[in-house]
Design a protein around this ligand. Sequence first.
Ligand SMILES: Cc1cc2nc3c(=O)[nH]c(=O)nc-3n(C[C@H](O)[C@H](O)[C@H](O)COP(=O)(O)OP(=O)(O)OC[C@H]3O[C@@H](n4cnc5c(N)ncnc54)[C@H](O)[C@@H]3O)c2cc1C
Length: 340
Amino acid sequence: MNTLIVGGGIMGMSIALELAARGDRVTVLEKAVPGAEASSAAAGMLAPQLEAHGAGPALTLGLESRKLYPAWVRRIEQLAGSGTGYRECGVLRFGPPEALAPVYRWQRELGLNVEQRDGALFFPDDHQVEPPRLMRALAGAAAKAGAQVRSGQVHEILPHAVDLGTERLEADAVVVAAGSWTSLVKGARVSPRALQPVRGQLVELHCRLSPFDETRTDGTVYLVSRGDGRVVCGSTMERTGFDKRVTASGIAGILNRAIALAPQLEHAELHSSWAGLRPWTEDELPIIGEGPMPGVHLATGHFRNGILLAPITAALISRRLHGEATGVDINPFRFDRFPT
Ligand SMILES: Cc1cc2nc3c(=O)[nH]c(=O)nc-3n(C[C@H](O)[C@H](O)[C@H](O)COP(=O)(O)OP(=O)(O)OC[C@H]3O[C@@H](n4cnc5c(N)ncnc54)[C@H](O)[C@@H]3O)c2cc1C
């Protein structure tokens, strides 16, 4: 099978790796470079239990993907010969007892692993990865498996084809994985109301010694400790269109809340700050599966959890393209649940 993938973020590159490893011919069309956007900007939490509001398709998909992660990163690291920063560290969620008690209850009822700590819940199975390292390794692994990356901006999707403006390319299948830009790709038929960029700003602090081992959050800020003194603090949630600027108020808010949650960060060195655009959808579920015309599939709209959801999304798209059972109900992720 010959497949064209629009977008070289974590979705596009994960799907490319999956298909190339099966022996398919795969070309990723990327307007910048692989990992240029949200996928390298992310904090890297792999935290379906922290993120979920209850049982449902988001939790099911997140748990399935988390299960795939250890073997998935091992395969990438072996192929690429470089690390991804995958670390099994757990997440500590602080909050008032009236907020934490119901979460503890419903997660225990579902048989999930959650522990009560002093003023917090601990999710021992929610972990982390370092997105810039993961993206570098993933691009290397996909290339090793035989996937090609080609520079170019796709203007329009057509049945079994894409239009690059100067050239039209044909394939058995096209997969649109253009993140926050998906609604701008003509023919993808995802409306700019249903899928929008939501800016997130982040700050990296450096401490002499690692202040704590796990990820910590109070629900307003999260602190992702890399375990070596680096702590990534985030994040804002802002509707600023395609504006990726870092702002004084964004960073001030993050730092104030970070220091309130972990006072030992007060004298940490401010190392860097950056921002990225999360592909938000109206119901905060991704769009995965068949698209609006023959030979076109979509893999986008993963909002706050695209790093977590990459392995399962790649597996689902690969199974659909090859006519196999998905093993997971993908009906909640249909593109046509939104009006165009
Ligand atoms: C601040 C922040 C923190 C986050 N933290 C986490 C986290 O802790 N855990 C987690 O799981 N997720 C997190 N996320 C979410 C995650 O980063 C995204 O859901 C995920 O990266 C989306 O991946 P993607 O490949 O769909 O999009 P992107 O990474 O944005 O990639 C889309 C690619 O498509 C290309 N493109 C767009 N249009 C075209 C076109 N017409 N032609 C060719 N190429 C095109 C772009 O250049 C880009 O490279 C975070 C995001 C942000 C911004």
